[in-house]
Design a protein. Structure first.
Lengths: 170, 108
């Protein structure tokens, strides 16, 4: 196994563990911030598991948090996905495109990208000067993920990609 | 039919397909187009989210498309930064041998 393959396995394993944690926090009485924290981490590492197979430097991959949206957009070109889901390329592309706004919201949960705004890890100050805590903040994204067709579809895809990564992407 | 011809045809049909499917695609750069073993595409899309880096994804060959393909998508502003060496290309990629495809070139 090459160094890159070892990195890929490591990212994928961690993404799967993060996804398991997300599922547990959804089922239990965990605060929404912890649910979103694990979801953001799982999605970022899923993207990086595919990225390390490309030619980007490990430095660029590990330092960037903006990987999941790229992954979702580029994945719409994947022929194995088209076959697995019996979709034409144009259908798949259109469907994935409809999921990108929510994917972007998940990506922006990373504190490095949140620009001192809502994120599931650290307190922040809003425009009125109020200091807000993730534990008490009602993240609207949670509702959009649970109650919109795009949210449910995006979560389903993340689960499928993690469970069938080797079949679909390697 | 030579191998070069095959990869050339495959790359151009892939590029054409992407222009047909993606209305916001401004241009496609076929990086190191002299390579005969894989296709490296840099897609310039005005509607993609800037990442500040060229993040490239690998697609393995299959029976339908027998060439490994590595694709990255960046904004027009990021492309200008690549040209000014402010954003590095992925490892092994260079601007020594590349072709630029516009929508007008590949669609009738």
């Amino acid at each position: 196994m090459t160094g890159r393959q070892n990195w890929q396995t490591a990212f994928l394993n961690q993404a799967r563990i993060d996804w398991d944690a997300y599922q547990k926090t959804r089922r239990g009485m965990w605060p929404e911030c912890h649910q979103l924290l694990f979801l953001q981490m799982a999605s970022e590492k899923l993207a990086k598991a595919l990225l390390v197979a490309g030619h980007s430097s490990l430095e660029a991959i590990t330092q960037s948090h903006a990987a999941f949206v790229k992954f979702m957009h580029i994945a719409s070109n994947n022929r194995k996905l088209q076959r697995a889901f019996s979709m034409r390329k144009s259908q798949q592309r259109a469907q994935f495109k409809s999921l990108l706004p929510l994917a972007y919201e998940i990506e922006l949960l990373a504190p490095a990208l949140a620009q001192r705004g809502p994120n599931p890890e650290y307190p922040w100050e809003d425009a009125a000067g109020n200091i807000l805590t993730p534990a008490n903040y009602p993240f609207p994204l949670v509702i959009r993920l649970r109650q919109t067709p795009q949210g449910l579809q995006l979560l389903k895809y993340i689960e499928i990609f993690l469970n069938r990564f080797e079949e679909l992407f390697l | 039919m030579s191998q070069n011809y095959n990869i050339f045809s495959a790359a151009e049909s892939l590029i054409q397909e992407h222009f047909e499917l993606e209305p916001n695609l401004e241009s496609v750069i076929w990086i190191n187009s002299d390579k005969t073993t894989e296709i490296r595409l840099l897609e310039i899309n005005s509607m993609t989210f800037p990442a500040g880096a060229v993040l490239s994804f690998y697609f393995p060959p299959d029976e339908e498309f027998p060439y490994p393909t590595i694709m990255a998508e960046i904004t027009p502003e990021e492309w200008q930064k690549v040209l000014r060496n402010e954003i590095p290309l992925p490892e092994g990629w260079t601007l020594e041998n590349f072709k630029v495809y516009s929508r007008e070139m590949v669609t009738v």
